[in-house]
Design a protein around this ligand. Structure first.
Ligand code: SF4
Length: 177
């Protein structure tokens, strides 16, 4: 046992090395998103995040959009504390029965024009929580969804791509009516 512990101190990790982040792709996406936001909205894009019942892994990836590496505020994307200041609602998780009313009220409090982005596989159809007694279903079961960003959880780059697809009106990234 002692020998095994000693060996583990010097053995390299079994996990795969993380890939190097693609700075060029990130900058290109962020620049395109900023231009699209300006053209469509004439200002920055304000996002209100709603956890409708997720496991919080989707939130961790959304939080990463604000970290020092992605720092999306540089590109005119910012998260706001109130739906009254938001253009976009980013909703994660299956919608639980406890959160249904909160989601509906948040949607009603958001001024038009507004877009709803369902983030993650659970937000599409309930994902691995579908069929639970505590779950209503995907976000589309409660409010109208404009875009679905797939993944469990989707990485920050996929969210940037999804927001760009939303702004450009493209339907190549699982845009739903
Ligand atoms: S999609 Fe995956 S990461 Fe996101 S809330 Fe569902 S189980 Fe969690």
């Amino acid at each position: 046992m002692r020998k095994l512990l000693f060996q583990s101190l010097f053995r390299p990790p079994f996990t795969e090395r993380a890939p190097m982040p693609d700075d060029a792709a990130l900058n290109e996406l962020a620049g395109a998103l900023r231009r699209a936001a300006r053209r469509r909205l004439g200002r920055s894009l304000s996002i209100r995040e709603i956890d409708a019942g997720s496991c919080n892994a989707c939130e961790l990836e959304i939080h990463a959009l604000n970290n020092a590496y992605y720092d999306v505020e540089r590109f005119g994307l910012r998260f706001v504390a109130s739906p009254r200041h938001a253009d976009v609602l980013m909703v994660t998780g299956p919608v639980t029965k406890n959160m249904r009313e909160a989601l509906e009220r948040t949607y009603q409090a958001t001024p038009d024009p507004k877009w709803v982005v369902a983030v993650g596989d659970c937000a599409k159809d309930g994902g691995c929580f579908a069929g639970s007694y505590a779950v209503v279903g995907g976000v589309g079961a409660v409010v109208s969804v404009d875009l679905h960003i797939p993944g469990c959880p989707p990485p920050p780059m996929a969210m940037l791509k999804g927001l760009l697809a939303l702004l450009e009106g493209a339907d190549s990234a699982a845009v739903t009516a």
